[in-house]
Design a protein around this ligand. Structure first.
Ligand code: ASP
Ligand code: MG
Length: 413
């Protein structure tokens, strides 16, 4: 007897801009319906429509100076529930059977860190049951259930994480991330019109680009993809064209010195000035920030003078409200001057696996910035990235000159 061919399983994730209104939802429904009609099992992950997550955050601000994070999660999770229900209706209208599931119903478990929880486990038995019944399963992105049985969210952009983690847990044949752009670009085309689409990029580069401010995918979702070897296809909701594949290795990738230029204007610089230069001080400041779940990115410490030091570092602007009082207090306890804040900064980074084998990338970057009279306030490097903090007003100029310097501008046809 001929063995039945195993049915393929795809995870398709649609971002907020793809489900922003009724027409768009119907379009997504047709795409999903087409896929299923080709005999493929489909699990869909969706984000909240349009800017709904931001609108919900504003509503919270309207009623409370400091909304408790548990309630914030309860509120934010509703955005994705709007999308799953509407999409399920639209798909059923086309004649495919579909069912919407919240994160908890789909078996997505998370830890206690409200508003930026990590996924701890996926128990997909309900998803499997529904797939077996021939249904398209539509899962709310960005949410999970914590050990208190409370709903938590997975950090902004967390629907990507839901999609990649589900693709890993379900051993999906593909994880498609549908978005309003054609794929991953060498930089943001709104800032540099010469930017071009990249066909393939490695997890490591994508991780660094995301960490440096590229908005295409949430950084943590790439970490999970790397850990479990999930191949990701980022592509446009509005066209059939191939987008960008994010994979472990790209042929000839060491030959390309810089693959992309990223920037981030959502950062702020915090400094603790005139604090004592002795063991345990950095541990104290950053320990206090870790306790309130604030991620710190770049850190510089000035050379000690008269037994005193300054420590400056960057945090997400959204975390400032939480971080400033803590740094202020710790700094004063240590006899320092309190926290200084600079919100008008931007982080600009060049990323490429080829840096491992090519010397002088940092020097070229600094020279290019100097040539535009751009002052560098902070520097940090990794094996495949060099980032600089510059004035926010210099950001665009910096991105453009780096894009050109590293040969990323579109070749003339
Ligand atoms: N709706 C959430 C957000 O805007 C999650 C997501 O879009 O992935 O951050
Ligand atoms: Mg979103």
């Amino acid at each position: 007897m001929k063995k039945a061919k195993k049915q393929k399983l795809f995870v398709m994730k649609f971002g907020g801009s793809s489900v922003a209104d009724a027409e768009k939802i119907k379009r997504v429904a047709r795409r999903v319906h087409d896929k299923q009609s080709r005999g493929i099992k489909v699990v869909v992950v969706v984000s909240a429509p349009g800017d709904m997550t931001d609108d919900l955050l504003e509503m919270a601000d309207g009623v409370s100076k400091n909304p408790p994070e548990r309630e914030l999660d309860m509120l934010l999770a509703t955005g994705e529930q709007v999308s799953i229900a509407l999409l399920s209706m639209a798909i059923q209208d086309l004649g495919s059977d579909a069912v919407s599931l919240t994160g908890p119903q789909a078996g997505i478990y998370a830890d206690h860190a409200h508003t930026k929880a990590r996924i701890t486990k996926i128990a997909p038995s309900k998803i499997h049951d529904e797939l077996k019944k021939g249904k398209v399963v539509i899962v709310a992105g960005f949410q999970g259930l914590n050990p208190n049985q409370d709903i938590t969210t997975l950090g902004r952009g967390g629907s990507d994480l839901t999609a990649v983690a589900l693709a890993a847990a379900l051993k999906a044949d593909a994880c498609e991330i549908y978005t309003d752009v054609k794929g991953v670009f060498t930089t943001d085309p709104r800032v540099e019109p010469e930017a071009s689409k990249v066909d393939r990029i490695s997890y490591d580069e994508m991780l660094e680009l995301a960490g440096a401010g590229s908005q295409v995918m949430q950084a943590r979702s790439i970490e999970v993809a790397k850990k479990y070897g999930v191949d990701i296809h980022v592509r446009s909701t509005f066209s059939e064209d191939e987008g960008t594949w994010i994979v472990r290795e790209v042929e000839g990738m060491e030959d390309v010195v810089v693959s992309g230029v990223a920037f981030d204007k959502n950062q702020a610089k915090l400094s603790a000035v005139e604090i004592p230069d002795r063991p345990g001080i950095a541990a104290k400041i950053f320990g206090a920030l870790a306790d309130i779940h604030v991620n710190v990115d770049m850190i510089i410490q000035s050379a000690a003078q008269d037994g005193m030091n300054d420590i400056s570092f960057t945090v997400a602007r959204a975390d400032l409200k939480k971080a400033v009082p803590v740094v202020d207090q710790v700094s004063r306890e240590l006899g320092g001057q309190g926290a200084l804040v600079d919100e008008k900064i931007a982080k600009v980074a060049v990323v490429g696996v080829g840096m491992k084998s090519h010397a002088g990338v940092a020097a070229r970057m600094f020279r290019a910035l100097a040539g535009q009279n751009i002052n560098i306030e902070m520097i940090s490097t990794s094996e495949i990235k060099v980032s600089c903090v510059v004035k926010e007003s210099d950001c665009q100029k910096a991105v453009q000159v780096l894009h050109k310097t590293f040969g990323l501008s579109r070749k003339p046809k």
